[in-house]
Design a protein around this ligand. Structure first.
Ligand code: AMP
Length: 397
């Protein structure tokens, strides 16, 4: 069984073709700069990466090009598109309508489109991707896997903002959470890795990448997560502020004469690690500069760790204790310093990281806590594409 996973953004389409008999990626790649004169596709195959420049005016042309690359020319891996069994899409905002992955019927697409207001940049791009596949292969089953779905089990007291209640009813203003496919994958995978059942387990999943979020998972279900109505809330991120006093938002709009676009830009694109360090949004650069004595980089690093640590404490309280803490995402998987900083001083709650194990672990599944640590601390590389492929397989079977 062959499944194509698509992640359609406003000007990009990432793809991965899976052989589901063994869950492996046959080929993958991505189109970038859709609509611009220098658009191109990158194809990854057998360890090589190949760039093909090509004018790609819109999403249907992009999907068509991916289909072409898969079936003809030097990087072809299929005789024809008939070998394809289904397409699984990463869909961003499913609102309250979707608590699990679904087959994309016209009714489902209508319900998804109704969530556009909540993710005006992302959802329309997802829809374009689905429509492009439909236009080219109308009978091929398509499945939607939503970033927000895993967090739909949060109780109301966790997902509500203390705003006038009617704003929730009228506009859907509440916390939804994101990175749900990643949190679901790693929270399931860690149980397999440790040989335990999700039932009865209290897990804190830390997805620390350029975007970053934490989830509290009990009995395999999400009970809280750090991102909210939008992916701006919660941890300090590469360029996002994370939690901030809402009063500061109106204060800054007044002081800097910013409209909604201006303040959104400041909070989403000019803040976080990049804003504090005035240097970079990449944690590797921050680490290097801090080591050379750059004071703003030191501050950015300390703030970053401290916020993760605070959320771990908060979620231990939400869960009534914690059995497993895991790290994933680019920085969580690769940077031992982030894991060390995020768990420093948590011995009081039974968290004891073995620094040797921690330093030796890079982008691989591993236990990094000491043998006598009450809480098991792990690294679990995330694999959202595989999760999407598995959901798609389950729904089309
Ligand atoms: P992501 O958004 O998941 O790609 O993560 C981006 C963050 O992870 C950046 O802050 C990087 O510093 C860090 N990161 C990603 N890949 C690596 C790597 N191979 N080694 C060290 N850090 C990495």
């Amino acid at each position: 069984m062959k499944i194509l996973v698509l992640n359609c953004g406003s000007s990009s389409i990432k793809y991965a073709l899976y052989e589901m008999e063994n869950g492996t990626v046959i080929t993958s790649g991505g189109i970038e700069k859709i609509g611009l004169p220098d658009s191109f596709i990158n194809v990854k195959l057998n360890g090589g990466k190949h760039k093909i420049d090509s004018p790609i005016e819109e999403h249907t042309a992009g999907v068509k090009l991916i289909f072409q690359v898969l079936t003809t020319g030097p990087y072809a891996v299929m005789q024809s598109l008939e070998e394809l069994d289904a397409v699984g899409h990463r869909m961003v905002h499913g609102g309250e309508k979707f608590n699990q992955s679904v087959l994309l019927t016209p009714e489902v697409m209508e319900a998804f489109e109704a969530c556009n207001d909540l993710a005006p940049l992302h959802n329309p791009a997802n829809i374009k991707g689905v429509n492009a596949v439909k236009a080219l292969l109308p009978d091929l089953p398509q499945v939607g896997v939503f970033d927000t779905a895993f967090h739909q089990t949060m109780p109301d007291y966790a997902f509500m903002y203390a705003l006038p209640y009617h704003l929730y009813k009228d506009y859907g203003v509440r916390r939804y959470g994101f990175h749900g496919t990643s949190h679901r994958y790693v929270s399931q995978r860690v149980c397999e890795f440790l040989g335990v059942q999700p039932e009865g387990k209290r897990i804190i999943t830390c997805h620390i990448g350029n975007g970053a979020s934490i989830a509290a998972v009990k009995d395999g279900k999400c009970v809280d997560t750090s991102m909210g109505l939008t992916p701006l809330e919660g941890l300090m991120m590469g360029t996002r502020s994370g939690d901030i006093d809402a009063g500061a938002v109106t204060f800054l709009m007044d002081k800097l004469h910013l409209d909604t676009k201006g303040i959104s830009n400041l909070l989403n694109k000019e803040s976080g690690l990049a804003g504090i360090s005035e240097l970079s949004n990449d944690f590797r650069d921050i680490m290097a500069a801090a080591e050379e004595g750059n004071e703003k980089a030191r501050l950015a690093k300390d703030m970053y760790y401290y916020r993760i640590r605070k959320y771990i404490g908060e979620y231990a309280a939400a869960l009534g204790g914690v059995d497993i803490i895991l790290f994933t995402g680019g920085a969580g998987e690769n940077q031992w310093e982030v894991r060390a900083g995020a768990t420093q001083g948590l011995e009081f709650m039974g968290v004891k990281v073995d620094m040797e194990k921690n330093k030796n672990c890079r982008a691989t599944e591993a236990i990094i806590s000491a043998d006598d640590s009450r809480v098991t601390v792990c690294v679990i590389p995330t694999d959202e594409e595989l999760m999407i492929a598995l959901d798609t397989k389950a729904l089309v079977k």
